[in-house]
Write a protein that binds this ligand. Structure first.
Ligand SMILES: Nc1nc2c(ncn2[C@@H]2O[C@H](COP(=O)(O)OP(=O)(O)OP(=O)(O)O)[C@@H](O)[C@H]2O)c(=O)[nH]1
Ligand SMILES: [Mg+2]
Length: 304
């Protein structure tokens, strides 16, 4: 605990090495750093933006462009790029680093890739913790990139104040977009790679898919790679950021709700993993003997 108080002090002072160490700590040994997070409990200042969407739509390229835009505004920018399935998309981590490498020497920018390292539920919890650490370290803007493959990959952006969903031409309306729950989470939808064919069609599909939403989110088309029409996206972000600055409570409550749920999800998944190995075997025999149903066994798995 003494060590974590010291580490917290250094993080609050903005020491980069301690910041990196703090994130490594929450990433590698989840739940082991309650002292650190408690000591950090910051006045919540950072504006936190999630960037999600199917693989390869240009999220990292867009994040890189946003870093440049916000550095021009003199905001300090922290980035967490989450890779939920490192064995499969192992190249993506390296790719993210390379794509954002231009900011490597800028002390107003901190970029970190995080991988789930194979343990269930760890991702959600570690991400919430890492975002809190960047907030405490005094970053004005925190960008959180996640690949929107499955429901939980998408839901992790619920810990933010604003969510950008990045799509591209040719995705179609059903497969990746609707299924992953992307149509529910976005405040801003971007059709990236507008330089490619089919961008207008994608916008049409998107508007159709968003029709059921009570408040229509912004829909923008741009090209992150050549850096075309990024200004429109910055305007859309700034509109939400202005709302956040004026009355932070509403968006902070949304983000904290998300963090609590994601952390609980992590805890639950970890507990389940811990008990299921030993207990499921024993209960399977009970079910086989007709003493329990599968449903009863599942309800009892956390009990004694
Ligand atoms: N034509 C075109 N290509 C782009 C544009 N933006 C990004 N790309 C390319 O799309 C590819 C994927 O870009 P990334 O930024 O890595 O996409 P990502 O969504 O972060 O990918 P993952 O993190 O792996 O899901 C790269 O080859 C980019 O150069 C664009 O505006 N136009
Ligand atoms: Mg990426």
């Amino acid at each position: 605990v003494r060590g974590s108080a010291e580490l917290a002090q250094k993080i609050l002072r903005g020491d980069r090495l301690s910041l990196a160490r703090g994130i490594t700590l929450v990433e590698s040994t989840p739940g082991s750093a309650p002292g650190l997070l408690k000591a950090l409990r910051p006045p919540r200042r950072a504006f936190i933006v999630g960037v999600t969407g199917p693989p390869g739509t240009g999220k990292s390229t867009l994040v890189d462009r946003l870093i440049s835009q916000y550095r021009k505004k003199n905001l300090r920018v922290g980035v967490i790029a989450v890779d939920p399935s490192s064995p499969i998309t192992g190249g993506a981590l390296l790719g993210d680093r390379i794509r954002m490498a231009g900011h490597g020497k800028d002390t107003g920018v901190f970029i970190r890739s995080m991988a789930s390292r194979g343990w269930t539920g760890g991702l959600s919890r570690a991400t919430s913790s890492a975002v809190q650490i960047l907030d405490a370290a005094g970053f004005d803007l925190v960008l959180l990139e996640t690949v929107g493959i499955g429901q939980s990959d998408v839901e992790v952006v619920g810990i933010t104040h604003a969510v950008i969903v990045v799509l591209m031409p040719g995705l179609g309306d059903d497969v990746q977009v609707s299924k992953a729950g992307l149509m529910e989470v976005g405040d801003i939808y971007v059709v990236n790679k507008a330089d490619l064919e089919g961008a207008n069609q994608m916008v049409t599909i998107l508007l159709g898919a968003l029709r059921g939403r009570p408040q229509s989110p912004s829909v923008l088309r741009l090209s992150a790679l050549p850096g075309k029409d990024i200004a429109g996206l910055v305007d859309a972000i700034e509109e939400i950021r202005a709302r956040f600055s004026k009355a932070p409570k509403e968006l902070n409550l949304r983000s904290l709700r998300g963090m609590i749920v994601e952390t609980a999800r992590g805890n639950l998944a970890e507990s389940l993993q811990r008990v299921s190995e030993s207990k499921a075997d024993e209960m399977a025999s009970q079910v086989l003997l007709g003493r329990l149903t599968v449903e009863e066994a599942a309800l009892r798995i956390f009990g004694n």
